[in-house]
Ligand binder design. Structure first.
Ligand SMILES: *[C@@H]1O[C@H](CO)[C@@H](O)[C@H](O)[C@H]1NC(C)=O
Ligand SMILES: *[C@@H]1O[C@H](CO)[C@@H](O)[C@H](O)[C@H]1NC(C)=O
Length: 335
């Protein structure tokens, strides 16, 4: 019964006024108002309302599962048992397991009750990447609004989900463009495949930036190296603001790191502790890579993840009636 109340609230309340008539008739207990989960539901509802009131979307769609705190997700499984979980909040992939090994990380400080966007997994940054790209009409909140929105489930099968995002009052308040964003996630025996498609449905061109802010699970930062075509590439070291040239064959991390590698889109996260390697295959659209780790930040759990993000860093123009697409797959192997 503990978890029914929030769902009941979400399903029944269109305006979030505390009213005794909305008490769950099956428990009849006003005392439950004070329970932790109902407070979380109210907090979540307030946040949803502040974004234009799409609370109904959570229950209207054929969502298969909810976590302990009422957030909707789907679970997909490949024929031989690889699996993934995708939340409708931010269309965030929070888990990818193959041969019983988890490759994605949700940060220990992440909120999984909808009171904040999910910090972890393959978190979306769209239509803006950084805090303020300051040009070409992009001047939104850090990482854009896609991760704050409840995406619609357009279709779901055992191994594939298609989620979509269209303008809401909340998004229009920040970015008054006509768009349709579609995100397809499929788990196969050998890979996790994602396709992010953005259609410009307006009559004017728009510009955007996009990123999958991917968090990879690692046994320890000491056991990590990141392979790829880094050597000889220029990168923006956001810790110092300097542009540098990478002289290492593989990236290791021993200090706080936030580096934008332009033209690198093939990072592999190699973990000698797990004996595993996970490769990012950016087949289309994702031209750049950001490596991020908040070294030393215990609260964020810095020692157990690294972000190797698939990014379109420079603003890209999407012509009126046109589209942009990013395709990214993950492939795991033993080392
Ligand atoms: C599933 O198939 C993939 C790709 O062929 C393989 O790498 C993996 O080991 C298989 N896993 C199981 C549990 O059979
Ligand atoms: C790091 O890897 C080594 C083996 O290479 C392993 O013994 C150790 O437990 C790993 N560290 C962690 C924190 O998992």
């Amino acid at each position: 019964m503990k978890f029914l109340l929030p769902y009941f609230f979400i399903a029944t309340c269109s305006s979030w006024v505390l009213n005794p008539s909305t008490i769950n008739p099956r428990t009849g207990s006003a005392a439950l108002y004070a329970s932790k989960s109902s407070q979380k539901a109210i907090k979540r509802a307030a946040w949803i309302e502040s974004r234009g009131g799409s609370a109904a979307a959570i229950t209207d769609k054929p969502v298969t599962l909810k976590n302990d705190e009422g957030l909707a997700f789907v679970e997909l499984t490949s024929p031989n048992g690889s699996s993934t979980q995708v939340y409708t909040l931010g269309a965030c992939v929070t888990s990818y397991k193959t041969d019983g090994v988890e490759y994605l990380k949700v940060r220990p400080d992440a909120k999984m009750d909808g009171s904040k966007p999910i910090s972890g997994g393959l978190a979306f940054c769209w239509p803006q990447f950084g805090p303020d790209s300051g040009n070409e009409g992009l001047n939104l909140q850090q990482h854009g609004f896609a991760r704050n929105e409840d995406w619609q489930i357009e279709s779901v099968t055992g191994d594939e989900v298609v989620m979509t995002l269209s303008p809401t009052d909340y998004s229009k308040g920040m970015w008054d463009k006509e768009f349709k964003a579609t995100y397809t996630v499929k788990v196969t025996d050998g890979s996790l495949d994602t396709v992010f498609n953005v259609k410009n449905e307006g009559s004017e061109d728009f510009v955007h930036q996009a990123a999958l802010h991917s968090y990879f699970d690692i046994s320890s930062i000491k056991n990590l190296s990141i392979e790829g075509s880094f050597k000889g590439k220029e990168y923006l070291d956001k810790m110092t603001g300097e542009t540098k040239t990478e002289d290492r064959d593989a990236i290791t991390i021993g200090e706080e790191t936030d580096s934008v590698y332009m033209g690198v889109n093939d990072p592999s996260v190699v973990d000698s502790g797990k004996g595993k390697k996970i490769s990012v295959v950016d087949a289309k659209g994702w031209t750049d890579c950001v490596i991020w780790n908040p070294f030393g930040n215990e609260g964020m759990g810095y020692d157990n993840f690294v972000c190797a993000e698939s990014v379109a860093f420079n603003p890209v123009t999407v012509p009126a009636g046109g589209e942009w697409e990013g395709s990214m797959s993950l492939k795991a192997e033993n080392i």
